[in-house]
Design a protein around this ligand. Structure first.
Ligand code: SD4
Length: 314
């Protein structure tokens, strides 16, 4: 029997996202509405890791990337969006009211404002301000992506481990959510402030359909977290869904996609983290990551989120 409804999100902070998605699913609501609620909840959570409370870019501005995709392959994305609190909702608006799928930068902000979203102050959260000042001391302004800290950082990713590490970076900063609703339909969203202290204008995998998120209502859905550049290189979540199409389980499909990332340069792969989560049409879920320390949250019948540690390549 198909396990539905259910919702899965990246990381243990996925409990916040799933907690907002579940009431929608439980009432028989649409997966699309559920994942948008997940996004709104996590973007509102100042103690978490995405949205306007996140780390800024190297010039001191928070820039957001996000996307959403539904069961009919409708999709919407925004990238390099500043001073707007709910980028996934902007992406949904774009998806539902325009012929386009992707807006960036000033244009995305202009679209948001024209649709009633409020312009927030260009101001860092107190935590981000502190981290940025700390980062400025060295201010290594070179196009190298800071690695995730699963291996190097003693605090790792325990349940609700502090989102921000002593060196100012987040141990993760992306929320991806996939939902299968009572009707058997799939939708997903991905939202992030991106890599902390990225170059200005840098866009990661999170708003890119097929990289940070992919949904195919016949097969399944996948989303990713980690060093976006590595996910973009292999069209990561599209790959995961295609592996499921060829008959692999969600975990096997995520594993194969991770192997695809590692293969060209296993030495380099030791320096970054990427994690995928996936769900198929039968309601089976799975995940896999490059480094240890990736986890995800599953919420199904009963409504209590369960945090599961993903297996990893290293
Ligand atoms: C990015 N994938 O901007 C995001 C960052 C992330 O945990 O997921 N960090 O590349």
């Amino acid at each position: 029997a198909v396990k539905k409804p259910l919702v899965i999100s990246t990381w243990d902070s996925g409990q916040i996202a799933n907690g907002a998605a579940w009431p929608v699913l439980e009432k028989g609501g649409k997966a699309l509405d559920a994942v948008e609620q997940a996004a709104i909840a996590i973007e509102n959570d100042v103690n978490c890791c995405v949205g306007l409370g996140g780390n800024p870019d190297r010039d001191g501005h928070v820039t957001l990337d996000a996307c959403i995709m539904d069961e009919k392959a409708n999709c919407g994305s925004v990238a390099f969006l500043e001073r707007i609190k709910h980028p996934v909702s902007v992406a949904r608006k774009l998806m539902e009211t325009t012929p386009h799928v992707f807006l960036a930068g000033v244009g995305a902000q202009q679209f948001a404002l024209a649709n009633g979203f409020k312009l927030e102050p260009d101001k860092l959260s107190p935590d981000a301000e502190k981290s940025y000042k700390q980062w400025l001391i060295k201010a290594e302004y070179k196009p190298v992506i800071n690695i995730e800290h699963q291996q190097s950082h003693p605090k790792g990713h325990g349940p609700f481990a502090p989102a921000r590490l002593e060196d100012g970076s987040f141990n993760h900063d992306t929320m991806g959510t996939l939902a299968l609703d009572a009707n058997g339909d799939l939708s997903g969203m991905c939202t992030t402030s991106g890599m902390g202290f990225k170059m200005r204008g840098r866009v990661g995998d999170s708003p890119i359909i097929g990289a940070g998120l992919f949904v195919d209502n016949e097969i399944g859905a996948a989303t990713s977290s980690g060093q976006g550049e590595e996910v973009i290189r292999v069209c990561g979540t599209h790959l995961v869904v295609e592996f499921m199409r060829s008959g692999l389980s969600p975990e096997e499909a995520c594993k194969k996609a991770v192997e695809r990332i590692v293969k060209p340069n296993p030495e380099r792969a030791k320096t970054f983290q990427v994690g995928f989560i996936a769900v198929n049409k039968q309601g089976e879920v799975g995940a896999y990551s490059v480094q240890k320390g990736f986890n995800y949250t599953v919420t199904e019948q009963g409504g209590k989120g369960k945090v599961i540690n993903a297996k990893s390549y290293f």
